[in-house]
Design a protein around this ligand. Structure first.
Ligand code: TEU
Length: 585
């Protein structure tokens, strides 16, 4: 009888009695945020209800049923707080106010209520490494050397001479210090001079942040994504760091130096104690500078710090060294890609928890960067990438618009850009007499504005995003790539995404199952298994626009196809271009 049962269970699709959901008792450490699919919304570009060309909260409210229809369970909203928008909201002037462009606190309350009524959780963006230079704290701090808020920021008195170099990654001169005549001192800013770094060594500042977090938690917010949180700790003696130090001690990356200040984990433990632990909420670190060696310090449960983090190792693959975000013309190596994502799976195999993403508001559209956005391959490769994201052992962070297969707009002119990073890097390269055409061509693939173009709702003017003039140009392919066109197409990217979310939700093996990479050196196909409580799935992804096959050592002749981005399954293991298949073995 056991043999027969085993045979039946290995060939049939998961019926009620052997669906993973019923095996949840065998899964230790279950958490809602591990089983979530997080859908990221860039509020500036999602839906404009006011008609001023900028997305707003009322626009999001009008689309909550659409978001619910995706099957996702958590929404991550990029910053919605008061801001002069030097960096599109990542420069906050009032942590408890709603950005005027986006609406009012009443709008926020209505939006949160609407989300919760639909079973959607909301994660906001905690930008606490720096504030806006228009924040009252900074206004006070810069007014005098004895102001009570002086030590909310990092100041270097000019009498000590120029401060040792620190990077200011959005600055034309690349410097992270700005001279401020009012008090004859320099202040630190790791990003733009409009974003002065907060001094976390100051317990008063830390309390301000924790109180603010509890303010939003008390309103019902379900968590925070934490902007460059590893950067908050600084060695405030500001020692001289040479390029040799960076190259030899920090893997050649300033971000790793910036992410390794003293007391960092004391602050995160304090944040957990004073805020996170008081609510049933999730926390995810934007892990700039975090490596596989340091990741556990942030997310192991027994550390009582954060729940999860996202790394940059994957999304940094394929760029030319010494150039600014310029892709190698040969593209990226899938063998390297598989190595990185397999490594990060193993990092969290025993403890902690990972995330998986291929796109967000800082990255280009995933189908352009990792798939193939040529018209004949855009939808197929987008579905293949979606299959990867939703079958890995990590919480997927899925960027709004990728479910449509939205791709890069690829601006020709710097005047079309709105992002401080592209605009200031253009100026920096121009000042150095660099090759501006080379820079602009590279930006067509890697610039952040590529993912920030307005959401494509339908084929009406401005893709139905706004009745005004959009703050950033709409991708001209909105006429055909949009929600309305895909809603009624059973084979659309949109409906494929819905199927994949449903498959993941109904098969916890895709959340918790052991991951094993197969055919490691295959340069075209990514194949892996997921295994849990005696069940096994095989995922095979063709990352090329040619037929390909994988040597998995697994006979799928009797396996059940759970999903395929083509109408018919592979024959004799021959994968069609960009084919994605999930088998139940
Ligand atoms: O990003 C931090 C960060 O690492 C990015 O600056 C990234 O290196 C860059 O975008 C790659 O081109 C966070 C936010 O996600 C980003 O939008 C903000 O601009 C930045 O911090 C400053 O708050």
């Amino acid at each position: 009888m056991i043999a027969i049962t085993l045979l039946i269970s290995s060939c049939q699709s998961p019926t009620k009695d052997n669906n993973m959901k019923n095996d949840s008792a065998d899964i230790p450490g279950r958490k809602w945020w591990k089983e979530a699919v997080v859908y990221q919304i860039y509020p500036r570009s999602f839906k404009d209800a006011k008609g001023d060309g900028v997305g707003d909260l009322k626009g999001i409210i009008s689309k909550l049923d659409y978001i619910k229809s995706l099957g996702v369970s958590v929404i991550w909203l990029n910053p919605i707080f008061s801001s002069p928008n030097a960096d599109n909201g990542y420069d906050i002037s009032d942590y408890r106010g709603i950005m005027k462009d986006f609406g009012t606190m009443e709008d926020f309350d209505a939006m949160l209520k609407g989300m919760h009524e639909r079973g959607l959780k909301l994660v906001l963006d905690l930008v606490a490494n720096h504030s806006s230079d228009e924040h009252e704290w900074f206004r006070q701090s810069r007014s005098s050397g004895t102001n009570p808020y002086r030590d909310y920021y990092h100041w270097w008195p000019a009498e000590k001479g120029k401060p040792p170099f620190r990077p200011g990654s959005f600055e034309v001169d690349g410097s992270g210090w700005r001279f401020d005549a009012a008090t004859n001192a320099y202040y630190l800013h790791y990003f733009s001079f409009r974003q002065p770094d907060l001094n976390w060594e100051n317990p008063k500042l830390r309390k301000e942040i924790f109180d603010m977090m509890n303010f939003w938690f008390d309103k019902g917010v379900d968590g925070f994504r934490m902007d460059v949180i590893p950067f908050i700790a600084k060695d405030t003696t500001f020692p001289v760091i040479t390029q040799k130090d960076i190259d030899e001690k920090y893997n050649g990356g300033w971000d790793q130096y910036l992410a390794s200040g003293p007391h960092l984990h004391d602050y995160l433990k304090e944040m957990n104690k004073e805020a996170l632990s008081k609510h049933d909420v999730m926390s995810v670190a934007e892990g700039a500078g975090v490596t596989a060696a340091t990741a556990h310090n942030f997310v192991d449960e027994d550390r009582n710090e954060l729940n999860m983090l996202y790394h940059f190792e994957g999304v940094s693959l394929g760029y030319l060294p010494g150039k600014f975000k310029e892709m190698d013309p040969k593209g990226y190596s899938l063998v390297e890609f598989k190595k990185i994502y397999s490594k990060w799976d193993s990092v969290f195999e025993e403890k902690g928890w990972g995330t998986i993403y291929l796109g967000n508001h800082d990255q280009p559209r995933m189908v352009t960067r990792w798939g193939n956005d040529a018209p004949e391959w855009r939808a197929l490769s987008s579905k293949m990438l979606t299959t990867f994201l939703l079958t890995m052992r990590a919480t997927p962070y899925y960027f709004g618009g990728d479910e449509l297969g939205m791709n890069n707009i690829k601006f020709d002119k710097i005047d079309d850009y709105r992002d401080i990073e592209s605009i200031n890097m253009y100026k920096q390269i121009k000042n150095k007499g660099g090759d501006l055409n080379e820079f602009l061509n590279a930006q067509k693939i890697s610039a952040r504005d590529n993912s920030r173009t307005p959401f494509q709702w339908d084929s009406s003017a401005n893709a139905g995003f706004t009745t005004g003039t959009p703050w950033l140009k709409v991708n001209p392919n909105y006429k055909t790539v949009n929600v309305a066109a895909q809603e009624t197409d059973a084979n659309s990217c949109l409906n494929y995404f819905r199927k994949m979310v449903k498959l993941r939700k109904e098969n916890l093996i895709l959340v918790y199952g052991k991951y094993a990479l197969l055919d490691r050196e295959n340069p075209n196909v990514y194949a892996y298994t997921r295994e849990l409580n005696g069940k096994k799935l095989l995922v095979i992804l063709n990352f090329t626009n040619n037929p390909a096959s994988a040597n998995t050592g697994i006979d799928v002749s009797k396996a059940k196809v759970l999903i395929d981005n083509y109408a018919d399954a592979p024959v004799n293991g021959q994968l069609k271009p960009y084919e994605a298949v999930v088998y139940e073995l």
